[in-house]
Ligand binder design. Sequence first.
Ligand SMILES: *Cc1c(COP(=O)(O)O)cnc(C)c1O
Length: 394
Amino acid sequence: MSLHDFLNAQLAQRHRDQLYRQPWPHHGKQQPLLRHHGRDYLSFCSNDYLGLASDSRLIDTLQHASKDYGIGSGASHLVSGHHQAHQELESALAKFLGRERALVFSTGYMANIGVMTALMGREDAIFADKFNHASLVDGSLLSRAQSQRYAHLDMAALANLLARSEKKHRLIISDGVFSMDGDIAPLPELLHLAQQYDAWLMLDDAHGLGVLGETGRGTEAYFNALNSVPILVGTFSKAFGGMGAFVAGSALLIDYMIQAARSYIYTTALPPALAEVNRHALHLAQTESWRREHLHFLIDYFRQQAKILNIPLMPSITPIQGIILGSAERALTVSQALWQRGLFVTAIRPPTVPLHRARLRITFSALHQKEQVDQLLSALAELLSPCFISTDTA
Ligand SMILES: *Cc1c(COP(=O)(O)O)cnc(C)c1O
């Protein structure tokens, strides 16, 4: 088969299955009102939970820092790309998370594959929640360790797998807050099982940090288990509104990662100006608790009203609120109908979520107003009523 035929066949299949995807260009800033072809759409699908992505003070920081430090970092960290700004960001992170050290990576995806491949090898086993983020799945594949996936949140299944494993090293890995479902991993049980079966524990808290806990220390804070996870990964790309990621833990862990994490070693360092922005964002996220308070007010309000309106939600107290619609076609139909009403909520389809679990993934930001949530609620109530769904998908 020629390359041309292969590509055509693949794309045609995706169209047939309603799984074809396309990026969607907006112009202007990342904020609740997104501008597209001269019209504003009220967006409920960014991960900018605290509304920091377009904060004017962070924009100033980027301008000043890029004047002082330039644009590119020029090299990888271990050559000449490591800047004082990275160093200071790592110190601020370690302090925020109560760890000995932290190490900055260029993205969360790279942090996960770097940490996992550095720790695990052919003789080892990785125990992973089935709903873990794709970067954790890929990290597992790249590490060549045996992959043992347990049903979502099923601690009995995890215990069972651990009890039967005879691999040299065992690593349990879970999202803190699950990226497509918004529910929270049972951290106390994970810690207990790790201890009981002499396994290591890694938590990817990309969606918990900044959002959960009084100062945003994430899933650990939620469970009153600060500083309990030995390998903690987080990103600057969600609640902190920027770009980049990190792993935090003991000085020993970080020292080893610098030697062994290939996605740290063999890639260009994050621009130092962005490191400076991230440090500022980390400070704002900790100190401006009104952002978290308003966010959680909106989440509670949305859930309360959805219940009254018979909008079926998944169990979640986080800014990620899913509405399962089943088929990809149904999810697309509702998403497009929202779009026509000036509301932007992307349809999340397989393989991002399991087959028949296509959904709307609604997310809230501290910059949303209650009236905007009302707008979303009334559109959802209309579109999810039996008459709309049946006429539109008939
Ligand atoms: C977004 C996300 C990542 C990847 O982070 P990037 O910085 O966007 O590469 C990793 N893990 C989880 C759970 C995520 O949601």
